[in-house]
Design a protein around this ligand. Structure first.
Ligand code: GLU
Length: 299
């Protein structure tokens, strides 16, 4: 059976962009009669909280986007991440990194346009003496090989990265002990039995890294569909900062079905902007109709 997932970060309320990718994930999965898992990605205790998790659950259900089981949140999964980390360490693939930028954003999913940089490998081959001389707690990086990894994305087509050139050794654990998104999401998708990942196109560039981790951990990678991002009319990506596109204020003006209809029309799934429920949309869902490119949204 196909197993999909909603993997929100409870770092704020859900916005229209999140709703758009969750709607596509749900319809694609329900069209195949698959099972939906909900997983709260609350890795970073300073940025996430249960109050937002509760609001996200409420908002999903308001739009008819239900799930079959909720799996443990990332904040309670440290033992599983420790185990995977130890396995990679035993393969000799992890090293401590003392560079200060390594801490920055390492625990959160890197979204398109955020400062992603290819690590130069500064700490890759430090001697034990050099390590001892550093006066700070290290982050932990995974060595990547000079290998190409290709995602056969169900919507975007093939996307290839040469890991050493396009990605570089990446952080698995921050200096403060918080595990990085890349490790956590891979371990969770494997342990939750996820076979289909539908998420925003901004995460396509993380996928070769995750595929590499799946292979090192001896687990199969899921199939991927990276869906377009919604853009405000001026070209900005919709975000939590767009207060006017806050779901509560939209729901003051429109019904959930009207909002779904607008999103479905923007995605290319229906010909006219008309009210439709998530269940009705799942019944006509077809990946062949879904647009690949980012979408300017007009309400
Ligand atoms: N929790 C991540 C986010 O908010 C999504 C991770 C994923 O879908 O892999 O962007």
């Amino acid at each position: 059976m196909t197993v999909g997932r909603f993997a929100p970060s409870p770092s704020g309320k859900m916005h229209l962009g999140n709703l758009f990718s969750f709607l596509l994930a749900w319809c694609a999965l329900r069209a195949e009669k698959g099972e939906m898992v909900l997983r709260m990605e609350d890795l970073d205790p300073q940025r996430t909280g249960p109050e937002y998790a509760a609001l996200i659950r409420r908002d999903l259900l308001r739009f008819g986007l239900n799930w079959d089981r909720e799996v443990p949140a990332q904040s309670s999964r440290t033992a599983a991440y420790d185990e995977a980390f130890a396995k990679l360490e035993a393969l000799g693939l992890i090293y401590p990194c003392y560079c200060s930028r390594s801490e920055v954003h390492a625990a959160s999913a890197p979204h398109l346009g955020q400062s992603e940089f290819v690590y130069a490998g500064t700490c890759r081959n430090l001697s034990p003496e050099q390590r001892a001389a550093k006066n700070r707690l290290p982050a932990w990086r995974l060595r990547v090989p000079n290998e190409k990894w290709t995602v056969h994305d169900g919507l975007q087509g093939d996307y290839t990265e040469l890991l050493s050139r396009d990605c570089g050794d990446f952080v698995l654990r921050r200096a403060d002990g918080v595990y990085a998104y890349q490790l956590a999401v891979t371990v969770d998708d494997a342990d939750n039995g996820v076979t289909q990942v539908v998420r925003g196109r901004d995460l396509l560039a993380s996928t070769p890294r995750q595929m590499y981790l799946f292979s090192l951990l001896g687990r199969p990678a899921p199939e991927y569909y990276h869906v377009p991002l919604l853009l405000a009319p001026d070209g900005r990506r919709l975000s939590k900062r767009d207060g006017d596109l806050d779901l509560d204020s939209l729901l003051d003006r429109y019904s959930p079905e009207q909002i779904i209809g607008t999103l479905a029309h923007a995605a290319g799934l229906i010909d006219r902007k008309e009210a439709v429920s998530a269940a009705e949309l799942a019944a006509v869902f077809d990946w062949k109709k879904v647009k690949k490119e980012d979408i300017y949204l007009t309400l």
